[in-house]
Write a protein that binds this ligand. Structure first.
Ligand code: PEP
Ligand code: MG
Length: 588
């Protein structure tokens, strides 16, 4: 039995036989041609580009259809690379001047670009090397007449072990028979990771070099939540994981039976549970899980999935928002205007004039929108146009002063007037709200109340700005605690002030997706939760298992405690006591 640790990119526990695939890059030997063969080689290049273009376009269309525009764009970007005239010119030059065979010329040019990308440090650009290799492999397979894609047609259920999987290999996997994916290379930001998690295939990437220790038919356990890979587990480990898998399955079935049940506490208080989404296709998952609406649509992902040459225009925004509006029907959809900057930057694009020394304190979120008004107005136009198809609310992120909110509201008013002049239909009663994720906003919440239609507490940022802990810095992660007493006081104050004035307030930070905090938040007066789609049913089950009276008592006890550790232990204990064994599979 051997244990490896990789990067967990798509959750789920899987146990099964291994299939090691040699899907490394097509290797091409150097081959020269005669001068008289140049024209024929050029024709072969054109034919290969044409056939590859059609194949990628087919992928793009089927992926767009199944998963949505953002995923289709991965392949749209491949098409753009393939149609880049400079790339073709480079290949032709090698054929004409160096008398390289077309296969060799293609591999020299693509290898050069892949290597250049892989050397770029930081950001996601190095991850894009696998997109270049993907296109190269397709072109070479076309030129060399290799048509069969072994992993697209599997004959039995297996876990794929590979050096690396390209995005197109991942979408073309034989879904019936794929139990999981483990690769030596790749990481969280790769398109392969994004696609695997969209397809809900448990996946661990970036394990490092280990394939020489693996053989076909070895048994493996893969945990896509922790990144653990166990090869040839002993019988006790197999039993343990089988049990865990079984528990997860029956708990999921139980939760699933709640999809259409209301989130009502045992003493009859109705709770609203909304979903947090990043991509339009997730609206469907939220509906399947019985969400009351979308409480947070992180629209910046539209930019993060785009290539630098192809940032979203108004139409792309509009199409994405319209899809969510139509899917959700008359349930509210809270669209947060883009929250770009700091850790959320489109690869290869610089949005600030100079590199920032302290990006989390810098030009991010609403501050960036208010500086880059053409980008902001484009988004507001698209949101308003799409508002005619559903029930939207607009929310501004990281508002830290009242003037900032007023400034955003003024621009919004301007865009409304522009659309009215153009006779474009939109919802004229659309509510305008704000995220509460900076301590100054909590402290001054009362002054926002007359001008703001609703609030949503963003604890992910509120923790970091309250405790001065960078949320993405591993060195200080032990200080990043959602149960810190200081943070809990800010949450309590926000809920109290909003409720006093009858303003809707929800909590959309990660904290609301974790059942350990549900009782506490209910006890502090929260009645609207906005959670990741996968947590909707768990939080609903939690709400249905408790009474408001016991939650209030729990919250009172917590507010007497002085340290995060004490609070955490107490919450763990109390949650387990209420919902017992069933919640064992949850992350406490
Ligand atoms: C938050 O800060 O809690 C939040 C929901 O916003 P994001 O995680 O997108 O910064
Ligand atoms: Mg935030």
């Amino acid at each position: 039995m051997k244990t490896y640790q990789g990067i967990a990119v798509s959750p789920g526990i899987t146990l099964g036989e291994v299939m090691v695939i040699d899907n490394g890059r097509c290797r091409v030997n150097r081959r020269s041609i005669e001068r008289r063969d140049i024209a024929a080689e050029e024709l072969r290049l054109d034919a290969a580009i044409e056939a590859t273009t059609s194949a990628i376009a087919r992928n793009r269309d089927s992926v767009t259809q199944e998963l949505g525009l953002e995923y289709g764009q991965i392949f749209e970007a491949h098409l753009q690379i393939l149609s880049d005239s400079r790339l073709k010119k480079e290949i032709l030059q090698h054929i004409r001047s160096d008398l390289f065979s077309v296969e060799y010329a293609v591999s020299v040019v693509f290898d050069k670009h892949a290597e250049m990308l892989s050397k770029i440090q930081g950001g996601d650009l190095s991850e894009r090397a696998s997109d270049i290799i993907d296109i190269e492999n397709r072109l070479l397979r076309q030129l060399m007449g290799i048509r069969k894609d072994s992993i697209a047609t599997l004959t039995r259920p297996v876990i794929i072990f590979a050096t690396e999987l390209t995005p197109s290999e991942t979408v073309n996997l034989d879904r019936k028979n794929i139990l999981g994916i483990v690769t030596e290379r790749g990481g969280m930001g790769s398109h392969t990771a994004i696609v695997a998690s969209a397809l809900q295939i448990p996946a661990v990437l970036g394990v490092g070099r280990f394939l020489n220790e693996v053989e076909d038919d070895d048994l493996a356990v893969v945990d896509g939540k922790t990144g653990l890979v166990i090869l040839n587990p002993d019988s006790e480990t197999v039993r343990k994981f089988e049990l865990q898998q079984k528990k997860e399955k029956s708990f999921k079935e139980h939760l699933h039976s709640l999809s259409h049940a209301p989130a009502v506490t045992r003493d009859g208080t109705e709770i609203a549970i909304y979903g947090n989404i990043e991509f339009p296709y997730e609206a469907r998952f939220c509906l399947e899980n019985g969400a009351d609406g979308i409480g947070l649509y992180r629209t910046e992902f539209l930019y993060l999935a785009a290539s630098p040459e192809d940032l979203p225009d108004e139409e792309m925004h509009f199409e994405a928002y319209r899809k969510v509006a139509e899917d959700m029907g008359d349930r509210p959809v809270t669209i947060r205007t883009f929250d770009l900057g700091s850790d959320k930057m489109p690869a290869g694009v610089s949005l600030t004039r100079e590199a920032e020394r302290n990006p989390f304190m810098g030009l991010r979120s609403i501050r960036l929108s208010l500086k880059n008004t053409s980008m902001f107005r484009k988004q507001l136009r698209a949101i308003l146009r799409a508002s005619a198809y559903g029930k939207f609310r607009i929310m501004f992120p990281l508002v830290s002063t009242l003037l900032e909110f007023r400034h955003a509201k003024m621009l919004f008013g301007d865009v409304c007037e522009e659309l009215e002049e153009e006779d474009v239909p939109f919802d004229k009663t659309i509510p305008l709200g704000m995220m509460v994720e900076v301590p100054s906003a909590v402290i001054m919440l009362g002054t926002f109340v007359p001008e703001v239609d609703f609030f949503s507490v963003g604890t992910n940022d509120l923790v970091q700005y309250t405790l001065a802990v960078d949320r993405s810095n591993k060195e200080v992660c032990s200080l990043y605690n959602s149960e810190d007493p200081a943070l809990l006081r800010l949450i309590r104050q926000s809920i109290r002030v909003a409720s006093m004035y009858d303003k809707p307030i929800s909590l959309c930070g990660q904290m609301s997706s974790n059942p350990i905090y549900t009782m506490l938040l209910l006890g502090l007066g929260l009645r609207q939760f906005s959670v990741s789609p996968g947590a909707i049913l768990e939080i609903k089950e939690m709400c249905r298992s408790v009474t408001i009276a016991e939650c209030r008592e729990l919250a009172r006890n917590v507010m007497f405690m002085e340290t995060a550790r004490e609070i955490r232990n107490y919450l763990k204990h109390e949650t387990a006591r209420r919902v017992g064994e069933e919640f064992d599979s949850l992350e406490f």
